[in-house]
Ligand binder design. Sequence first.
Ligand SMILES: *[C@@H]1O[C@H](CO)[C@@H](O)[C@H](O)[C@H]1NC(C)=O
Ligand SMILES: *[C@@H]1O[C@H](CO)[C@@H](O)[C@H](O)[C@H]1NC(C)=O
Ligand SMILES: *[C@@H]1O[C@H](CO)[C@@H](O)[C@H](O)[C@H]1NC(C)=O
Ligand SMILES: *[C@@H]1O[C@H](CO)[C@@H](O)[C@H](O)[C@H]1NC(C)=O
Ligand SMILES: *[C@@H]1O[C@H](CO)[C@@H](O)[C@H](O)[C@H]1NC(C)=O
Ligand SMILES: *[C@@H]1O[C@H](CO)[C@@H](O)[C@H](O)[C@H]1NC(C)=O
Ligand SMILES: *[C@@H]1O[C@H](CO)[C@@H](O)[C@H](O)[C@H]1NC(C)=O
Ligand SMILES: *[C@@H]1O[C@H](CO)[C@@H](O)[C@H](O)[C@H]1NC(C)=O
Ligand SMILES: *[C@@H]1O[C@H](CO)[C@@H](O)[C@H](O)[C@H]1NC(C)=O
Ligand SMILES: *[C@@H]1O[C@H](CO)[C@@H](O)[C@H](O)[C@H]1NC(C)=O
Ligand SMILES: *[C@@H]1O[C@H](CO)[C@@H](O)[C@H](O)[C@H]1NC(C)=O
Ligand SMILES: CC(=O)N[C@H]1CO[C@H](CO)[C@@H](O)[C@@H]1O
Length: 805
Amino acid sequence: MQLRISCKPSIFLLLRLLLSTGLVYPAIDARNILIPGQPLYDDGTTLISSGGRFELGFFSPTASRRRYVGIWYRNISQTPVWVANRSSPIYGRSGLLLLSGEGTLIVTAINSSTVNWSSSNLTRLTNPKATLFDDGNFAVREAGNDDPDSFAWQSFDFPTDTLLPGMKLGWNLTSGLNRQLTSWASASDPSPGGYTLGIDLQGDPQLFVWFRSQPLWRGGRWNGLYFTGAPGMDDPLLFNATFVVDPRQVIYSFSLRDPSIGGSVLVVDYSGELQRLDWMDGAEVWDVDWSMPKDPCDTMSACGANAVCDPNARQMCRCLAAFLVNNASTWDPSNPNGCSRISPLNCGNSNGTGAFFKFSRSKLPDTSISVVDRRSTSLDQCRESCMKNCSCNAYASSDISESESGCIMWMGDITDLRLYSGAGGQDLYVRMTVFNSSNSQGEILFLTTTTAPPSRLRYMLYNSNAVKEIEEEDLDLPLFDLDTVLDATNNFAAENKLGQGGFGPVYKGRLGDGQEIAVKRLSKTSTQGIDEFKNEVVIIAKLQHQNLVRLLGCCIQGGERTLIYEYMPNGSLDAFLFDEEKRMLLDWKTRYDIIVGIARGLLYLHHDSRLKIIHRDMKASNILLDKDNIPKISDFGLARIFRGDEMEINTRKVVGTYGYMSPEYGMNGIFSIKSDVFSFGVLILEIISGKKNRGAYQSDYLNLLGHIWSLWEEGKSVEIVDKSIGSFSIVEVTRCIKIGLLCVQDRPQDRPTMSLVVTMLSSDSTIPEPKQPCFVVALDSSNSLIGKQYPPSINNVSNTTLEGR
Ligand SMILES: *[C@@H]1O[C@H](CO)[C@@H](O)[C@H](O)[C@H]1NC(C)=O
Ligand SMILES: *[C@@H]1O[C@H](CO)[C@@H](O)[C@H](O)[C@H]1NC(C)=O
Ligand SMILES: *[C@@H]1O[C@H](CO)[C@@H](O)[C@H](O)[C@H]1NC(C)=O
Ligand SMILES: *[C@@H]1O[C@H](CO)[C@@H](O)[C@H](O)[C@H]1NC(C)=O
Ligand SMILES: *[C@@H]1O[C@H](CO)[C@@H](O)[C@H](O)[C@H]1NC(C)=O
Ligand SMILES: *[C@@H]1O[C@H](CO)[C@@H](O)[C@H](O)[C@H]1NC(C)=O
Ligand SMILES: *[C@@H]1O[C@H](CO)[C@@H](O)[C@H](O)[C@H]1NC(C)=O
Ligand SMILES: *[C@@H]1O[C@H](CO)[C@@H](O)[C@H](O)[C@H]1NC(C)=O
Ligand SMILES: *[C@@H]1O[C@H](CO)[C@@H](O)[C@H](O)[C@H]1NC(C)=O
Ligand SMILES: *[C@@H]1O[C@H](CO)[C@@H](O)[C@H](O)[C@H]1NC(C)=O
Ligand SMILES: *[C@@H]1O[C@H](CO)[C@@H](O)[C@H](O)[C@H]1NC(C)=O
Ligand SMILES: CC(=O)N[C@H]1CO[C@H](CO)[C@@H](O)[C@@H]1O
């Protein structure tokens, strides 16, 4: 940083003076001020606020050499509530904090000419002093001027990740100062992370958490008592929380009502969680009193426009009544396509446009397109105003603190509307279209309201098209004629070859009636008896599950054994996942559904079918996608068909695929359903990251799993998410990563069963913390590898090919 030289002793001169004389000032115990010429050294000395509540000094977030200047509650374990030089630490205990003659605070190192941090280069004080106040504020002012409004600089104006009582979050509209909280990069790194809490001024001001400036969670508008998206954040018994909106400022702040609370803070955690932490006097740890997000509906606009999100409903996302899904062909319960009005509001004709549905306990929708009339208008007047304006889609009272008063109206799409089951939320009135019953569009899929719709609407609303379950017939397995198979595949022509599966090449074919099939030509070397083979195939043909590739029949003739499958036009998952362009087609929703589908298919193989089938070669190339991208496990059950010595539970030859093999299998050849779980875990992580586990990794880590583990430990696991995934739910992604890591635990008994995996995927049941798996390779101080290496090098391991006898 360029420092200004002036007639006053400049910082440079001051530094030089300090350093050349080697001057060390005696530590003054329990002082709360810093004055020029008396720096604070990193020698255990601290400033302590006059009431003894706060302390300022150097600290390290971990046992590292990185030293920061921070402020913490003196009585509670050193959790910094403010950090000065968060992105430029001092290495080793050579730092000092000094106040320049003009009132600039500076963090630098002894004998160093670079400034690691400075407060502001604009102050021009003559006799400055910096004081640590008992509210945790560290402020620079002219000595003798005790007016809090005349601080030249104060730490409260530059928060890090923590809001203390009395601190302001938000805008000074005169100066443009915007105070936001920015998370730490990780639990041990105070430098700015990706998450920010702040106030957005568009429309009616709202609280937001952004992830790299993308809205992640909308705390919503203040309704006089609380932010409608953050019920429970400000317990009125404990806090006096205020939200001030006037032409000079838009700020949120809170103070403590209860003196027995030693401290209370609002923190944006490095993982993106917003937390209210309390600490009772005498206690030794912070208590998480409230946190956000709590459920999938807390994700910004989880259901798209004009839909309502209800985490407790069987169907989480539903169109608002009188709205239809935007694209019925791709509508899916949790698809954020959003919804549009069935017919436009009939505004010219004022009859029949006054129907409103009341949503109780709702998080008011995004107010960036809203209009607020803060005068003490009644709810009835608000309804009138809404009815008069054709673009008004909904209304609510703008202040519910005393009696419902004020009017807020939404002049466009209703977004990020959710319902609460317990406390929280307020009444929202959404405008209906009244439409006549000869309108045959009986396709409103869902109706959500807490009050029954007017009876003449009922017919329309409940006339929904139920999704039909396709009932599959219980087929006997057809035996195909070899000639048919040869015709269909043009004599196994090379140009029809789709790929090489684990047990032989696969060809595309077309039957006489036009049906497309996939034909797997099994290795000829198997000595298994014909009847045995046939019986096995019949059993496998009876395995019917939406997430297994359907076996249509087989052919045993002339030394050929072929299996005939339904043809999957989209090919295998790896062709999407690891392809620069096709990966774009897999958004988070699709990937999540693929993960769930694979889990269900595997669960069926392991537990639900009549046979207990271990797949043994779960990998992306064995997952096929149908035209709707529904995943189908292929090659299942073939392990049984190829029964033989090498197929016993304890195998001599290891078959499988590098990167997907569990340690006990790769090293000892021991196989169980938990080995499939391991491979499934690898698959989850590959699906999320779009990277192959056994790809070349340019970092210190041997493989993807190791890389993910290290990010997970730092709380940065979402960084692995494939960049082509678009927007995604952090909660879901984090849950999936956690499940993935659990599945790849070293010991089979530490891995969940597939039924547990399916449960964990579909609910927010608590998921155990994964332990560090052994494949993680770390570098020691001399940069050599330490830790176990995985996968082990085994000779003669064929990566996917089964060796028939
Ligand atoms: C800090 O803790 C001590 C001992 O528990 C207590 O006497 C003191 O009042 C506390 N100080 C503050 C500021 O809470
Ligand atoms: C901070 O100070 C240290 C001296 O400990 C120096 O090595 C480092 O480069 C400085 N960082 C910045 C960003 O100035
Ligand atoms: C700073 O420099 C002086 C003079 O070169 C030297 O005596 C002193 O040990 C140095 N201090 C540190 C902490 O490096
Ligand atoms: C003060 O700091 C700002 C931003 O860091 C910089 O652009 C400006 O040049 C500095 N002014 C002086 C006088 O050093
Ligand atoms: C906004 O900032 C200006 C300049 O620092 C200050 O004079 C004013 O008092 C501030 N306004 C509020 C409402 O804090
Ligand atoms: C709540 O805080 C506001 C602003 O700090 C203050 O004006 C008000 O008097 C406080 N109310 C109570 C009951 O403490
Ligand atoms: C609906 O979705 C399908 C598949 O994504 C797409 O082909 C079609 O164009 C969409 N239709 C509309 C009206 O958006
Ligand atoms: C509204 O309804 C009333 C009574 O049903 C009818 O007399 C009036 O003509 C209607 N107005 C319009 C604009 O349709
Ligand atoms: C409806 O409200 C919008 C937004 O406030 C306003 O621009 C428009 O003039 C209003 N229209 C009528 C007819 O009042
Ligand atoms: C009712 O809907 C039908 C079909 O959309 C339309 O032809 C008819 O004019 C509508 N009737 C009224 C009274 O709006
Ligand atoms: C797997 O084996 C095949 C044939 O032996 C070889 O072409 C391919 O490169 C191998 N793949 C990997 C990932 O080792
Ligand atoms: C919060 C703060 O002021 N951080 C500063 C720490 O030091 C680096 C390097 O001087 C600055 O770039 C940061 O702005």
